[in-house]
Design a protein around this ligand. Structure first.
Ligand SMILES: [Zn+2]
Length: 471
Protein backbone atom coordinates (compact mmCIF):
# COMPACT_ATOMS: atom_id res chain seq x y z
CA UNK A 1 0.00 0.00 0.00
CA UNK A 2 2.89 2.33 0.68
CA UNK A 3 4.34 3.00 -2.68
CA UNK A 4 6.96 5.43 -1.47
CA UNK A 5 6.43 7.28 -4.69
CA UNK A 6 3.89 10.04 -4.78
CA UNK A 7 2.24 9.97 -8.12
CA UNK A 8 0.93 13.45 -7.72
CA UNK A 9 0.37 15.92 -4.99
CA UNK A 10 -2.58 17.79 -3.72
CA UNK A 11 -0.40 20.81 -4.05
CA UNK A 12 2.27 20.25 -6.54
CA UNK A 13 1.25 18.17 -9.48
CA UNK A 14 -1.93 18.29 -11.44
CA UNK A 15 -3.59 15.15 -12.59
CA UNK A 16 -4.31 14.58 -16.20
CA UNK A 17 -7.03 16.77 -17.56
CA UNK A 18 -10.19 14.90 -18.24
CA UNK A 19 -10.96 13.99 -21.82
CA UNK A 20 -14.44 12.82 -20.93
CA UNK A 21 -17.32 14.63 -22.50
CA UNK A 22 -19.40 16.53 -20.01
CA UNK A 23 -22.59 14.81 -18.98
CA UNK A 24 -25.64 16.98 -19.30
CA UNK A 25 -27.42 15.59 -16.29
CA UNK A 26 -26.38 13.74 -13.17
CA UNK A 27 -28.92 12.23 -10.78
CA UNK A 28 -31.66 13.95 -12.74
CA UNK A 29 -30.18 17.43 -12.34
CA UNK A 30 -28.74 19.57 -15.06
CA UNK A 31 -24.98 19.91 -14.75
CA UNK A 32 -23.73 23.44 -15.07
CA UNK A 33 -21.13 24.05 -17.71
CA UNK A 34 -18.89 27.09 -17.70
CA UNK A 35 -16.94 28.50 -20.62
CA UNK A 36 -13.19 27.98 -20.22
CA UNK A 37 -11.42 31.12 -19.06
CA UNK A 38 -9.01 32.93 -21.34
CA UNK A 39 -5.39 33.37 -20.28
CA UNK A 40 -6.16 36.97 -19.43
CA UNK A 41 -9.15 36.00 -17.30
CA UNK A 42 -7.10 33.38 -15.46
CA UNK A 43 -4.48 36.04 -14.72
CA UNK A 44 -7.15 38.38 -13.44
CA UNK A 45 -8.55 35.67 -11.14
CA UNK A 46 -5.06 35.13 -9.73
CA UNK A 47 -4.67 38.83 -9.06
CA UNK A 48 -8.14 39.02 -7.53
CA UNK A 49 -7.45 36.03 -5.32
CA UNK A 50 -4.19 37.51 -4.05
CA UNK A 51 -5.97 40.79 -3.41
CA UNK A 52 -8.62 38.96 -1.39
CA UNK A 53 -5.95 37.24 0.73
CA UNK A 54 -4.25 40.59 1.38
CA UNK A 55 -7.50 42.37 2.17
CA UNK A 56 -8.49 39.73 4.71
CA UNK A 57 -5.09 39.03 6.23
CA UNK A 58 -5.29 35.46 4.97
CA UNK A 59 -2.53 33.22 3.65
CA UNK A 60 -2.71 30.24 1.34
CA UNK A 61 -0.48 27.29 2.16
CA UNK A 62 -0.88 24.03 0.33
CA UNK A 63 -4.56 23.49 -0.13
CA UNK A 64 -5.72 25.69 2.73
CA UNK A 65 -6.56 29.34 3.13
CA UNK A 66 -6.67 30.66 6.67
CA UNK A 67 -5.89 33.75 8.69
CA UNK A 68 -2.13 34.24 8.67
CA UNK A 69 0.56 35.65 10.93
CA UNK A 70 3.23 38.21 10.12
CA UNK A 71 5.75 35.36 10.31
CA UNK A 72 3.98 33.57 7.50
CA UNK A 73 2.22 30.79 9.40
CA UNK A 74 -1.42 30.13 10.14
CA UNK A 75 -2.85 32.01 13.05
CA UNK A 76 -3.51 29.59 15.90
CA UNK A 77 -6.48 30.14 18.16
CA UNK A 78 -5.33 31.44 21.57
CA UNK A 79 -6.86 28.39 23.22
CA UNK A 80 -8.56 25.30 21.90
CA UNK A 81 -12.04 25.81 20.61
CA UNK A 82 -13.67 23.45 23.00
CA UNK A 83 -16.07 21.77 20.67
CA UNK A 84 -15.51 18.45 22.39
CA UNK A 85 -17.06 19.68 25.64
CA UNK A 86 -20.35 20.04 23.80
CA UNK A 87 -22.19 16.95 22.57
CA UNK A 88 -21.21 15.76 19.10
CA UNK A 89 -23.29 17.19 16.29
CA UNK A 90 -24.46 15.24 13.31
CA UNK A 91 -23.53 16.53 9.91
CA UNK A 92 -24.43 16.21 6.25
CA UNK A 93 -21.84 16.64 3.52
CA UNK A 94 -23.38 17.53 0.18
CA UNK A 95 -21.21 16.45 -2.76
CA UNK A 96 -22.35 18.98 -5.33
CA UNK A 97 -21.91 17.42 -8.78
CA UNK A 98 -24.30 19.90 -10.37
CA UNK A 99 -22.34 23.14 -10.13
CA UNK A 100 -24.04 26.41 -9.25
CA UNK A 101 -23.82 30.17 -9.20
CA UNK A 102 -21.71 30.93 -6.15
CA UNK A 103 -20.74 34.01 -4.21
CA UNK A 104 -18.39 35.02 -1.39
CA UNK A 105 -19.56 34.17 2.10
CA UNK A 106 -19.77 31.37 4.62
CA UNK A 107 -23.11 29.67 4.02
CA UNK A 108 -23.03 26.60 1.78
CA UNK A 109 -26.83 26.54 1.54
CA UNK A 110 -26.68 29.94 -0.16
CA UNK A 111 -23.94 28.83 -2.53
CA UNK A 112 -21.36 30.81 -0.59
CA UNK A 113 -17.70 30.05 -0.01
CA UNK A 114 -14.97 32.18 1.56
CA UNK A 115 -12.69 30.99 -1.28
CA UNK A 116 -14.53 33.31 -3.64
CA UNK A 117 -13.95 37.01 -4.03
CA UNK A 118 -16.78 37.70 -6.47
CA UNK A 119 -19.90 35.98 -7.77
CA UNK A 120 -18.67 33.02 -9.79
CA UNK A 121 -20.45 30.45 -11.92
CA UNK A 122 -19.03 27.09 -10.82
CA UNK A 123 -19.24 24.09 -13.13
CA UNK A 124 -20.43 20.64 -12.22
CA UNK A 125 -18.75 17.26 -12.49
CA UNK A 126 -17.15 16.49 -15.80
CA UNK A 127 -17.77 12.75 -15.66
CA UNK A 128 -20.50 10.16 -15.82
CA UNK A 129 -22.95 9.12 -13.15
CA UNK A 130 -21.13 5.78 -12.81
CA UNK A 131 -17.86 7.63 -12.20
CA UNK A 132 -19.57 9.85 -9.64
CA UNK A 133 -21.05 6.83 -7.88
CA UNK A 134 -17.64 5.15 -7.71
CA UNK A 135 -16.12 8.12 -5.89
CA UNK A 136 -19.21 8.47 -3.68
CA UNK A 137 -18.62 4.88 -2.57
CA UNK A 138 -15.06 5.77 -1.55
CA UNK A 139 -16.34 8.78 0.35
CA UNK A 140 -19.22 6.96 1.98
CA UNK A 141 -17.05 4.11 3.24
CA UNK A 142 -14.81 6.55 5.10
CA UNK A 143 -17.56 8.56 6.81
CA UNK A 144 -19.62 5.48 7.71
CA UNK A 145 -18.25 5.15 11.30
CA UNK A 146 -19.36 8.68 12.19
CA UNK A 147 -22.56 10.64 12.57
CA UNK A 148 -22.11 12.05 9.08
CA UNK A 149 -24.63 11.76 6.28
CA UNK A 150 -23.80 12.22 2.63
CA UNK A 151 -26.07 13.85 0.06
CA UNK A 152 -25.58 13.94 -3.69
CA UNK A 153 -28.84 13.30 -5.49
CA UNK A 154 -30.47 16.57 -4.45
CA UNK A 155 -29.66 19.82 -2.71
CA UNK A 156 -30.34 19.32 0.99
CA UNK A 157 -33.03 21.66 2.32
CA UNK A 158 -31.43 24.96 3.40
CA UNK A 159 -32.67 24.68 6.98
CA UNK A 160 -30.51 21.57 7.42
CA UNK A 161 -27.03 22.77 8.44
CA UNK A 162 -24.82 21.07 5.88
CA UNK A 163 -21.31 21.31 4.48
CA UNK A 164 -20.71 21.17 0.75
CA UNK A 165 -17.88 20.05 -1.50
CA UNK A 166 -18.02 21.44 -5.03
CA UNK A 167 -17.10 18.52 -7.30
CA UNK A 168 -16.01 20.37 -10.41
CA UNK A 169 -13.87 23.01 -12.02
CA UNK A 170 -10.18 23.80 -11.99
CA UNK A 171 -7.99 25.60 -9.46
CA UNK A 172 -7.36 28.32 -12.03
CA UNK A 173 -11.00 29.33 -11.87
CA UNK A 174 -10.38 30.41 -8.27
CA UNK A 175 -7.09 32.03 -9.16
CA UNK A 176 -5.06 29.16 -7.69
CA UNK A 177 -2.00 27.50 -9.23
CA UNK A 178 -2.73 24.61 -11.53
CA UNK A 179 -1.76 21.60 -9.45
CA UNK A 180 -3.88 22.04 -6.36
CA UNK A 181 -6.44 19.27 -6.40
CA UNK A 182 -8.71 20.88 -3.85
CA UNK A 183 -8.93 23.75 -1.41
CA UNK A 184 -10.54 24.63 1.90
CA UNK A 185 -10.89 28.25 2.98
CA UNK A 186 -12.60 27.57 6.27
CA UNK A 187 -10.82 28.84 9.36
CA UNK A 188 -12.82 27.30 12.17
CA UNK A 189 -11.23 24.65 14.35
CA UNK A 190 -13.23 21.82 15.88
CA UNK A 191 -15.98 22.22 13.25
CA UNK A 192 -17.55 25.12 15.05
CA UNK A 193 -19.05 26.36 11.79
CA UNK A 194 -21.29 23.84 10.09
CA UNK A 195 -21.99 25.35 6.67
CA UNK A 196 -18.58 25.32 4.97
CA UNK A 197 -18.19 24.96 1.22
CA UNK A 198 -14.91 23.53 -0.10
CA UNK A 199 -13.66 22.55 -3.55
CA UNK A 200 -12.42 19.37 -5.21
CA UNK A 201 -11.11 20.44 -8.62
CA UNK A 202 -12.29 17.36 -10.43
CA UNK A 203 -11.57 18.73 -13.90
CA UNK A 204 -7.89 18.18 -13.08
CA UNK A 205 -8.40 14.56 -12.06
CA UNK A 206 -9.17 11.68 -14.36
CA UNK A 207 -12.84 10.89 -13.63
CA UNK A 208 -12.02 7.18 -13.60
CA UNK A 209 -9.81 7.71 -10.57
CA UNK A 210 -12.47 7.22 -7.94
CA UNK A 211 -9.97 6.86 -5.12
CA UNK A 212 -8.27 10.19 -5.79
CA UNK A 213 -11.56 11.97 -6.38
CA UNK A 214 -13.20 10.54 -3.29
CA UNK A 215 -10.27 11.11 -0.97
CA UNK A 216 -9.70 14.63 -2.28
CA UNK A 217 -13.30 15.46 -1.38
CA UNK A 218 -12.85 13.84 2.05
CA UNK A 219 -9.56 15.64 2.60
CA UNK A 220 -10.97 19.10 1.82
CA UNK A 221 -14.16 18.54 3.82
CA UNK A 222 -11.98 17.45 6.74
CA UNK A 223 -9.84 20.60 6.49
CA UNK A 224 -13.08 22.54 6.93
CA UNK A 225 -13.67 20.59 10.16
CA UNK A 226 -10.27 21.87 11.34
CA UNK A 227 -8.15 18.82 10.57
CA UNK A 228 -4.51 19.28 9.55
CA UNK A 229 -1.91 17.51 7.45
CA UNK A 230 -0.15 14.47 8.90
CA UNK A 231 2.90 12.59 7.73
CA UNK A 232 1.70 9.05 7.08
CA UNK A 233 1.14 8.61 3.31
CA UNK A 234 -1.43 5.87 3.92
CA UNK A 235 -3.75 8.37 5.59
CA UNK A 236 -6.37 10.69 4.14
CA UNK A 237 -4.95 13.80 5.79
CA UNK A 238 -1.54 13.33 4.20
CA UNK A 239 -0.94 16.33 1.92
CA UNK A 240 0.14 14.17 -1.01
CA UNK A 241 -1.88 11.88 -3.20
CA UNK A 242 -0.03 8.58 -3.13
CA UNK A 243 -1.33 5.09 -2.68
CA UNK A 244 -4.93 4.63 -3.63
CA UNK A 245 -6.30 3.12 -0.44
CA UNK A 246 -5.92 5.75 2.23
CA UNK A 247 -7.79 5.78 5.52
CA UNK A 248 -8.21 8.07 8.53
CA UNK A 249 -5.41 7.91 11.09
CA UNK A 250 -6.65 6.53 14.40
CA UNK A 251 -3.51 7.23 16.38
CA UNK A 252 -1.56 10.36 17.12
CA UNK A 253 0.33 10.90 13.88
CA UNK A 254 2.99 13.59 13.51
CA UNK A 255 2.13 16.63 11.42
CA UNK A 256 3.41 17.05 7.88
CA UNK A 257 4.06 20.69 7.11
CA UNK A 258 5.70 19.99 3.74
CA UNK A 259 3.03 22.00 1.98
CA UNK A 260 2.64 24.71 4.56
CA UNK A 261 1.28 25.53 7.96
CA UNK A 262 -0.51 23.27 10.38
CA UNK A 263 -3.90 24.61 11.35
CA UNK A 264 -5.71 24.31 14.68
CA UNK A 265 -2.75 23.01 16.67
CA UNK A 266 -4.24 23.78 20.11
CA UNK A 267 -7.22 21.64 19.15
CA UNK A 268 -5.07 18.70 18.05
CA UNK A 269 -3.10 19.04 21.28
CA UNK A 270 -6.29 18.17 23.17
CA UNK A 271 -6.15 14.70 21.62
CA UNK A 272 -2.38 14.21 21.35
CA UNK A 273 0.59 15.48 23.30
CA UNK A 274 1.66 18.01 20.72
CA UNK A 275 3.06 17.86 17.22
CA UNK A 276 0.52 15.26 16.17
CA UNK A 277 -3.11 14.67 15.29
CA UNK A 278 -5.50 11.78 15.94
CA UNK A 279 -7.92 12.26 13.08
CA UNK A 280 -10.34 9.51 14.10
CA UNK A 281 -10.55 10.76 17.68
CA UNK A 282 -11.39 14.26 16.48
CA UNK A 283 -14.01 13.07 14.00
CA UNK A 284 -15.58 10.99 16.75
CA UNK A 285 -15.59 13.96 19.11
CA UNK A 286 -17.21 16.26 16.57
CA UNK A 287 -19.77 13.92 15.01
CA UNK A 288 -20.15 10.95 17.34
CA UNK A 289 -20.55 7.31 16.38
CA UNK A 290 -22.95 6.41 13.62
CA UNK A 291 -26.38 5.02 14.41
CA UNK A 292 -29.78 5.24 12.79
CA UNK A 293 -31.89 8.15 13.97
CA UNK A 294 -35.65 7.62 13.82
CA UNK A 295 -36.56 10.39 16.23
CA UNK A 296 -37.90 13.62 14.75
CA UNK A 297 -36.97 16.97 16.29
CA UNK A 298 -39.41 18.35 18.84
CA UNK A 299 -40.94 21.71 17.99
CA UNK A 300 -43.24 23.76 20.18
CA UNK A 301 -44.43 27.25 19.36
CA UNK A 302 -44.57 28.93 22.76
CA UNK A 303 -45.94 32.26 21.56
CA UNK A 304 -48.43 33.35 20.50
CA UNK A 305 -51.23 31.06 21.59
CA UNK A 306 -53.07 29.30 18.83
CA UNK A 307 -56.05 31.35 17.67
CA UNK A 308 -54.67 34.77 18.54
CA UNK A 309 -56.79 37.62 17.16
CA UNK A 310 -55.12 40.83 16.04
CA UNK A 311 -56.37 44.08 14.55
CA UNK A 312 -55.42 44.78 10.96
CA UNK A 313 -51.86 46.12 10.92
CA UNK A 314 -51.01 44.35 14.16
CA UNK A 315 -47.65 42.91 15.16
CA UNK A 316 -46.84 39.60 16.80
CA UNK A 317 -43.72 37.85 18.00
CA UNK A 318 -43.39 34.16 17.24
CA UNK A 319 -41.32 32.13 19.69
CA UNK A 320 -40.48 28.45 19.47
CA UNK A 321 -38.63 25.77 21.38
CA UNK A 322 -36.77 23.32 19.18
CA UNK A 323 -34.87 20.27 20.37
CA UNK A 324 -33.67 16.91 19.11
CA UNK A 325 -31.91 13.76 20.26
CA UNK A 326 -28.79 14.71 18.25
CA UNK A 327 -27.20 18.12 17.82
CA UNK A 328 -26.85 19.49 14.31
CA UNK A 329 -30.51 19.94 13.41
CA UNK A 330 -31.92 23.10 11.84
CA UNK A 331 -35.29 24.74 11.35
CA UNK A 332 -37.30 27.42 9.62
CA UNK A 333 -40.39 29.54 10.05
CA UNK A 334 -43.07 29.15 7.41
CA UNK A 335 -46.04 31.43 6.70
CA UNK A 336 -48.14 28.81 4.99
CA UNK A 337 -50.74 30.90 3.13
CA UNK A 338 -48.24 33.59 2.14
CA UNK A 339 -45.82 30.91 0.92
CA UNK A 340 -42.96 32.61 2.69
CA UNK A 341 -40.31 31.04 4.80
CA UNK A 342 -37.38 32.22 6.87
CA UNK A 343 -34.55 29.76 7.37
CA UNK A 344 -33.06 30.03 10.86
CA UNK A 345 -29.49 30.34 9.61
CA UNK A 346 -28.58 32.09 12.88
CA UNK A 347 -30.55 29.49 14.88
CA UNK A 348 -33.01 32.20 15.81
CA UNK A 349 -36.04 31.11 17.84
CA UNK A 350 -37.94 34.38 17.68
CA UNK A 351 -39.41 36.16 14.71
CA UNK A 352 -41.39 39.36 14.44
CA UNK A 353 -44.34 39.70 12.09
CA UNK A 354 -45.21 43.32 11.56
CA UNK A 355 -48.09 45.31 10.08
CA UNK A 356 -50.08 42.24 9.19
CA UNK A 357 -52.80 42.73 6.58
CA UNK A 358 -56.24 41.24 7.15
CA UNK A 359 -56.32 37.49 6.85
CA UNK A 360 -55.84 34.12 8.48
CA UNK A 361 -52.23 33.09 8.99
CA UNK A 362 -50.97 29.59 9.63
CA UNK A 363 -47.55 29.96 11.20
CA UNK A 364 -45.43 26.84 11.17
CA UNK A 365 -42.02 26.11 12.63
CA UNK A 366 -40.45 23.10 10.96
CA UNK A 367 -37.25 21.39 12.12
CA UNK A 368 -35.20 18.71 10.39
CA UNK A 369 -32.38 16.39 11.42
CA UNK A 370 -29.67 14.73 9.36
CA UNK A 371 -31.73 11.58 8.83
CA UNK A 372 -34.37 13.95 7.45
CA UNK A 373 -36.85 13.35 10.24
CA UNK A 374 -39.11 16.37 10.45
CA UNK A 375 -40.94 17.85 13.42
CA UNK A 376 -43.38 20.74 13.17
CA UNK A 377 -45.74 22.87 15.19
CA UNK A 378 -48.33 25.36 13.95
CA UNK A 379 -50.49 28.13 15.28
CA UNK A 380 -53.18 30.13 13.49
CA UNK A 381 -53.43 33.89 13.79
CA UNK A 382 -56.56 35.83 12.84
CA UNK A 383 -55.92 39.39 11.71
CA UNK A 384 -59.07 41.50 11.43
CA UNK A 385 -61.00 38.26 11.18
CA UNK A 386 -62.96 36.49 13.90
CA UNK A 387 -61.53 33.20 14.96
CA UNK A 388 -63.88 30.25 14.73
CA UNK A 389 -65.54 29.15 17.98
CA UNK A 390 -63.16 26.24 18.47
CA UNK A 391 -59.73 26.29 17.04
CA UNK A 392 -57.84 23.15 16.34
CA UNK A 393 -54.15 23.12 16.06
CA UNK A 394 -51.28 22.89 18.46
CA UNK A 395 -50.32 19.72 16.74
CA UNK A 396 -46.80 18.61 17.30
CA UNK A 397 -44.39 16.30 15.67
CA UNK A 398 -44.96 14.87 12.30
CA UNK A 399 -42.09 12.77 11.17
CA UNK A 400 -40.90 11.32 7.99
CA UNK A 401 -37.86 10.31 6.11
CA UNK A 402 -38.78 12.28 3.07
CA UNK A 403 -36.84 15.46 2.76
CA UNK A 404 -39.49 16.80 0.42
CA UNK A 405 -42.17 16.52 3.06
CA UNK A 406 -41.92 20.14 4.03
CA UNK A 407 -42.74 23.16 2.01
CA UNK A 408 -39.08 23.87 1.44
CA UNK A 409 -38.02 23.15 -2.04
CA UNK A 410 -34.77 21.30 -2.34
CA UNK A 411 -33.06 23.73 -4.52
CA UNK A 412 -34.57 27.15 -4.22
CA UNK A 413 -32.34 28.54 -1.57
CA UNK A 414 -29.53 26.22 -2.45
CA UNK A 415 -29.24 27.71 -5.86
CA UNK A 416 -30.12 31.26 -5.09
CA UNK A 417 -26.49 32.24 -4.87
CA UNK A 418 -26.64 35.49 -2.99
CA UNK A 419 -30.02 34.81 -1.45
CA UNK A 420 -31.41 37.93 -2.98
CA UNK A 421 -34.11 36.30 -4.98
CA UNK A 422 -37.21 38.00 -3.69
CA UNK A 423 -39.50 35.99 -5.86
CA UNK A 424 -38.97 32.82 -3.87
CA UNK A 425 -40.65 31.84 -0.66
CA UNK A 426 -37.69 32.92 1.41
CA UNK A 427 -38.09 36.39 2.70
CA UNK A 428 -35.22 38.42 1.39
CA UNK A 429 -34.82 40.45 4.52
CA UNK A 430 -34.39 37.45 6.71
CA UNK A 431 -32.07 35.56 4.51
CA UNK A 432 -29.78 38.45 3.88
CA UNK A 433 -29.72 39.57 7.48
CA UNK A 434 -29.12 36.13 8.84
CA UNK A 435 -26.35 35.41 6.45
CA UNK A 436 -24.38 38.57 6.66
CA UNK A 437 -25.07 39.21 10.30
CA UNK A 438 -24.41 42.80 9.53
CA UNK A 439 -27.35 43.94 7.53
CA UNK A 440 -29.20 47.08 8.37
CA UNK A 441 -32.08 45.33 10.04
CA UNK A 442 -29.90 43.01 12.13
CA UNK A 443 -31.44 42.71 15.57
CA UNK A 444 -34.21 45.10 14.78
CA UNK A 445 -37.89 44.63 14.47
CA UNK A 446 -38.02 46.24 11.11
CA UNK A 447 -40.48 45.39 8.47
CA UNK A 448 -38.87 43.64 5.59
CA UNK A 449 -40.10 45.08 2.33
CA UNK A 450 -42.09 42.58 0.39
CA UNK A 451 -44.67 42.98 -2.25
CA UNK A 452 -47.28 41.10 -0.29
CA UNK A 453 -47.06 43.77 2.36
CA UNK A 454 -46.37 41.20 5.04
CA UNK A 455 -43.58 42.31 7.29
CA UNK A 456 -41.41 39.37 8.05
CA UNK A 457 -38.17 40.38 9.60
CA UNK A 458 -36.22 38.32 12.08
CA UNK A 459 -36.45 39.81 15.51
CA UNK A 460 -33.28 38.27 16.77
CA UNK A 461 -30.39 38.00 14.42
CA UNK A 462 -27.69 36.54 16.58
CA UNK A 463 -24.04 37.06 15.88
CA UNK A 464 -23.16 35.02 12.90
CA UNK A 465 -19.69 34.42 11.56
CA UNK A 466 -18.13 31.57 13.41
CA UNK A 467 -20.45 31.46 16.36
CA UNK A 468 -21.32 27.95 17.34
CA UNK A 469 -24.86 27.41 18.42
CA UNK A 470 -25.23 26.96 22.12
CA UNK A 471 -28.29 26.47 24.21
ZN1 LIG B 1 -4.79 19.45 2.61
Amino acid sequence: MVSGVFLSSLLLIAGEPSDTLSANTLFGHEVKEVEPLSALELQQRQADFQQMLDDNGWVMMGDQVRPGTAEGGFTQPPRPSADWVTPPHRNTIFLNFFGMDMSPGTNAALGESPCLNAPTAWPGFNGTEAQALALIEVFERQVEPYGIRIAYEDYPPPELPYAMVMMGGTPGMLGLPNGVLGVSCSSDCGDMWWRDATFAFTDNINPNNAATLGTTALHEAAHAFGLAHIGDPTKIMNPFVGSADVIWADQCTPYDDATGGINCQPTHDEFCDGGAQNTHAELMAYFGANSPDMEPPQVRITAPEDGLQLPVGGDVTIEADVDDNHEGYGWKLVLVEAEQESVAFAFERQWQLSSLPEGVYTVRVEAIDHDRNIGTDEVTIYVGVDAPETTGGDETGTSGDDSDAGSGSDSQSGTSGDGSDDSGPVSGGDTDGGTAGASDDGGGCSTAPHDTGVGFGALLLLGFGLVRRRR
